[in-house]
Design a protein around this ligand. Structure first.
Ligand code: PBG
Length: 358
């Protein structure tokens, strides 16, 4: 049945064409039973009818870790974001917990001397990520920790998987390594394993291995619909893989032109045992978020990636837009599209802003 909005349009117009429009002079109000502006006329009314809001509970904060002690290093292409040594990452995790941010995501900047063609450092149970997980779990036990599963921070060629001589990224061989990487991270205390590599079949293989190792409580958030995007540029600077990346990732990450394919990717990851689903990047792919949420009703997340963050920060730092408002508006749009949560580098700023407004 068609939904009717008030009276038929002709009556709604309120004046007869051809006759002088007295409303323009302010004497006779338009005959408008519906006035949309009534609900917008004051801040209390806008708050009352607001459909979507961002809260601290919606935030996952990605943090870059590096070797060293008491060290912080700015990431040039991500103003306001720093790589942190483990002790500093612990401090930021404490800050996140105080701000009621439920979860942080850890990304390692692996020393170039530890990178090799097979990404073997990913399997070292005392690597940077594992040390960071253990340190944070010890000091801040109540914050959730999410870790990427993919080889790109560890490979000398910058790919997420194993590279064959002819340039092919090998699927099944890679999955075998990713399973080991996931186990190493889960055993160190990671709560959410997030495969971001886009190999086929990795969610199922990781789920099986976790279960066989009695790690049944460890969750999987699948980077289910991850696109081959230009918006990852600054992240690759942060983890030090941009200069080394051979070629591009289009044989495993999705083609930006596709939508139906995203639904198939998500369906497979759910079937294989994913607890949560992620779409990535965020803002340019909100149509995908909306369709995924509508179709599957799963806990759905999006990653506001480094390039999206960099764009807002660059414009704000040039005085071209109001950075704080653009930040809040962009995050609200994720909620509107159907996200249950957002991975965002703005997380602490948002949480601080929300807290100060209470
Ligand atoms: C690694 C990974 C990437 C991001 C998250 N995990 C980069 C890539 O796939 O090249 C991007 C995050 C961001 O841009 O903020 N597999």
């Amino acid at each position: 049945m068609a939904i009717k909005f008030g009276r038929p349009l002709q009556q709604n117009i309120g004046f007869v064409p051809g006759e002088p429009d007295s409303s323009l002079t302010g004497h006779t109000p338009l005959d408008l039973p519906t006035r949309m502006r009534r609900n917008r006329r004051s801040e209390w009314a806008r708050r009352l009818v607001r459909e979507n809001v961002v809260t601290a509970d919606d935030l996952i904060w990605p943090i870059f870790v590096m070797d060293g002690d008491n060290k912080r290093a700015a990431v040039a292409s991500m103003p306001g974001v720093e790589r942190l040594s483990v002790d500093q990452a612990v401090r930021e995790a404490e800050r996140a917990a105080k701000l009621a941010i439920p979860c942080i995501a850890l990304f390692p900047y692996t020393d170039p001397s530890l990178r090799d063609p097979t990404g073997s450092e990913a399997l070292n149970d005392n690597n940077l990520v594992c040390r960071a997980i253990r340190a944070i779990k010890k000091e801040v036990p109540d914050i959730g920790i999410l870790c990427d599963v993919a080889l790109d921070p560890f490979t000398s060629h910058g790919h997420d998987g194993l590279l064959r001589d002819d340039g092919v990224i090998m699927n099944d061989e890679t999955v075998a390594v990713l399973v080991k990487q996931a186990l190493v991270q889960a055993q160190a205390g990671c709560d959410i394993i997030a495969p971001s590599d886009m190999m086929d079949g990795r969610v199922g293989a990781i789920r099986r291995a976790l279960d066989e190792s009695s790690l049944t409580d460890v969750s999987i958030m699948a980077y289910a619909a991850k696109y081959a995007s230009a918006f990852y540029g600054p992240f690759r600077d942060a983890v030090g893989s941009s200069k080394t990346l051979h070629g591009d990732k289009r044989t495993y990450q999705m083609d930006p032109g596709n939508t139906d394919e995203a639904l198939r990717e998500v369906a497979l990851d759910i079937e294989e045992g994913a607890d949560m689903i992620m779409v990535k990047p965020g803002l340019p792919y909100l149509d995908i978020v909306a369709r995924v949420k509508e179709t599957f009703g799963m806990p759905t997340f999006a990653y506001q990636v480094s390039g999206e963050y960099a764009m807002i920060m660059a414009a704000a730092n040039n005085g071209w837009l109001d950075g704080e408002r653009a930040m809040m508006e962009s995050l609200t749009s994720f909620k509107r599209a159907g996200c249950d949560g957002i991975l965002t580098y703005f997380a602490p700023r948002v949480a601080e802003k929300l807290r100060s407004e209470k």
